[in-house]
Design a protein around this ligand. Structure first.
Ligand code: FDA
Length: 391
């Protein structure tokens, strides 16, 4: 039996980050990763350039049954702290849009993984890959039985991530441990996920596959103005992915196809071009194909023949166009999982469970889900750091 101060299960963003912060405090740390290598999601993130944080990270940009839970960790270890580490390792980065910080260059996300491993090595952390955890027990200390032997530790941290992208090694290990120790879990579902539609809607949507548009998408009280993209099965693109995390199953999303225009925009254009068809007027505001597809579903004819009230009504429809998805592309395509270990069970200072002393949960396994744009990594860093001070 090999003895440690801290065993961390899961060598992803949160696990590696917690590991070297605990190691720096002189703790003897072991990371157990079941994949052959650590950081699979970091490697593919941001199209290989890892959108590692967001300048605008703030508690309001995270979804959780307790919206206040993430506040402490996010405030104590911020996007600027993580960015300082990236700078210390001389990794070039840039702001792409909306505060999103990306590494520069193809496959540059490798450099973030290298940075985390270098910090782990410097802090004396042992990282073991290709290890299957078979059993976890707790008596005085935690004992972890694995395919590589038995390990014993004062603390145990679960950093096994969420359920999205099973082919990268994601799974429900955190929930098995929660069940074993009687900890609550809030309902989980795919987040930041493309939405799928039934044949009725796909009749007009599918021919637009590949077309993107600057829109505002609403789901519940949330609204996102960014691009939407038509796919063969429905809608994707940043605005739709963001809305998907807020949409309750079965609920409609509402799209504003003309976020840049007022309700009287069509009526005003009628004065300039009374002979124009509504579809041509719309094509001044939208791409031609999208304008034609939407105009098909509105009154036809020359705008000069339409009353102002009818044009205002058409603009209102275009600005609040409800669409009810039949579902989503599921965990195979979702960037994150919404829901997870109930934050009521955890200390917001340290991520330690209240009921089981020495047991910690961090990262995406916890019921804290960020917006698209570097927020989910920031949660992994902040929660990992918080635990790293206490392990
Ligand atoms: P993470 O998934 O990183 O790590 C968990 C680790 O635990 C993995 O290495 C896994 O193999 C291991 N593990 C699982 N079960 C285990 C078990 N039973 N035993 C041992 N090990 C086990 N976010 C962002 O902020 N910016 C971005 O650019 C992107 N891009 C992006 C692209 C794609 C395609 C996806 C799927 C996701 C993103 N994300 C993102 C989200 C981000 O990757 C995610 O939120 C973090 O990686 C979560 O960090 P964790 O450490 O919690 O889990």
């Amino acid at each position: 039996m090999q003895r440690y101060d801290a065993i961390i299960i899961g060598g992803g963003a949160a696990g590696l980050y917690a590991a070297f912060h605990a190691g720096r405090r002189g703790r003897r740390v072991l990371v157990l990763e079941h994949n052959a290598e650590v950081g699979a999601k970091i490697l593919i993130s941001g199209g290989g350039r890892c959108n590692f944080t967001n300048l605008n990270a703030a508690p309001e940009r995270f979804i959780s049954a307790n919206p206040h839970f993430a506040r402490s960790a996010l405030a104590r270890h911020t996007q600027h702290d993580f960015t300082a580490l990236v700078q210390k390792h001389r990794i070039p980065f840039y702001e792409k849009t909306l505060g999103q910080l990306f590494c520069e260059g193809a496959r540059s996300s490798q450099r973030i993984v290298r940075m985390l491993l270098d910090e782990c090595a410097a802090a004396g952390v042992e990282v073991r890959c290709g290890v299957r955890v078979r059993d976890v027990r707790r008596a005085e200390r935690f004992s972890v039985e694995t395919s590589a032997g038995a390990f014993d530790s004062e603390t145990l941290t679960i950093a096994t991530g969420g359920l999205s992208i099973p082919k990268l090694g994601a799974g429900g290990f955190a929930f098995e441990i929660a069940k074993q120790f009687g900890l609550p879990v809030t309902p989980t579902r795919p987040g930041l996920v493309p939405l799928t539609f039934g044949e009725g809607d796909l009749g007009w949507m599918r021919p637009l596959s590949g077309v993107s548009a600057d829109v505002t998408v609403r789901a519940g009280k949330a609204a996102f103005r960014e691009a939407a993209l038509f796919t063969h099965r429905g809608l994707s693109g940043p605005s739709v992915l963001q809305a998907s995390s807020y949409r309750a199953p079965g609920e409609a999303i509402v799209i504003d196809w003309l976020p840049q225009a007022d309700e009287d925009a069509l009526a005003q254009r009628k004065r300039e071009r009374p002979k124009a068809q509504l579809k041509s007027i719309l094509a001044e505001l939208l791409s031609e194909r999208l304008a034609a597809a939407l105009a098909e579903q509105l009154p036809h004819g020359a705008v000069g023949d339409m009353k102002d009230a009818a044009l205002i009504e058409a603009a209102r429809r275009l600005k609040a166009w409800p669409l009810t998805p039949i579902g989503d592309e599921g965990y195979a395509k979702a960037e994150v999982m919404v829901g997870g270990i109930d934050t009521d069970a955890l200390s917001q200072q340290t991520m330690e469970t209240r009921a089981v002393s020495g047991l910690f949960f961090i990262g995406e396994a916890v019921d804290v889900t960020g917006w698209l744009g570097g927020y989910n990594f920031q949660w992994a860093w902040s929660s990992g750091w918080a635990a790293g001070q206490a392990l």
